[in-house]
Design a protein around this ligand. Structure first.
Ligand SMILES: C[S@@+](CC[C@H](N)C(=O)[O-])C[C@H]1O[C@@H](n2cnc3c(N)ncnc32)[C@H](O)[C@@H]1O
Length: 187
């Protein structure tokens, strides 16, 4: 991995990339960057490996909690996390997941970015009110600012050009599943 890092000017890491369709789309349009996709589920990794045949992409099978630690500090330009599992983003579990994002922070170059797309739902699957959505997004933002990130941008929904298996499903129910994209930078 270290050899490959040195041969590209930019390094992008997708955390929990599922079947790799977003990773493929991003890497295809950005051949001067090296892309890593990390995924725990072996079946999803196999799908990603058979989908992607690009020289600037490496699929890493295993837990991103372990694999991220193997990157040198200050070596990554951009992390992308699209719809992480609740154990890595649920507001009631922040003591569980904050240490992981602290390690993400330490692996970023100065000026590097963590782009996070995540969702909230109503407990009884009713529509999420504007007030509940705003409060949830503010608490999330505060958690990441407490790690040391700056907020470069926040928008409702996922970036329009992004497609992934889960995103495409979630977009089908926009009232009850509301998403936010946070672009967080390391100063
Ligand atoms: C909700 S899915 C989202 C998948 C994909 N990003 C998408 O949008 O379709 C969360 C993904 O994270 C993966 N995952 C969960 N814990 C992980 C871990 N510790 N390390 C790597 N991947 C993990 C799951 O296997 C799953 O594919």
């Amino acid at each position: 991995m270290l050899d490959r890092l040195a041969s590209y000017p930019r390094v992008v890491v997708e955390l929990g990339m599922g079947d790799g369709r977003l990773l493929e789309a991003l890497a295809k349009d950005d051949s001067s960057s090296l892309y890593f996709g990390i995924e725990l589920d072996g079946e999803q990794c196999t799908q990603a490996q058979s989908r992607i045949a690009l020289p600037n992409v490496a699929i890493l099978s295993g837990s991103f909690e372990d694999i991220v630690l193997s990157f040198p500090d200050g070596s990554v330009d951009r992390f992308i996390a699209v719809l992480p599992d609740p154990q890595f983003i649920d507001e009631k579990k922040d003591e569980r997941w904050k240490p992981f994002y602290k390690s993400v922070y330490s692996k970023l170059k100065s000026g590097g970015t963590l782009e996070l797309v995540t969702e909230t739902t109503h407990e009884l699957l009713q529509p999420v009110s504007n007030e509940a959505y705003a409060g949830w997004a503010a608490r999330l933002r505060t958690s990441f600012l407490s790690i040391g990130f700056d907020l470069a941008n926040q928008q409702e929904g996922a970036p329009a050009q992004y497609s992934s298996r889960c995103l495409d499903q979630f977009r089908g129910d926009p009232g009850r599943i509301r998403m936010v994209t946070l672009e967080l930078t390391k100063p």
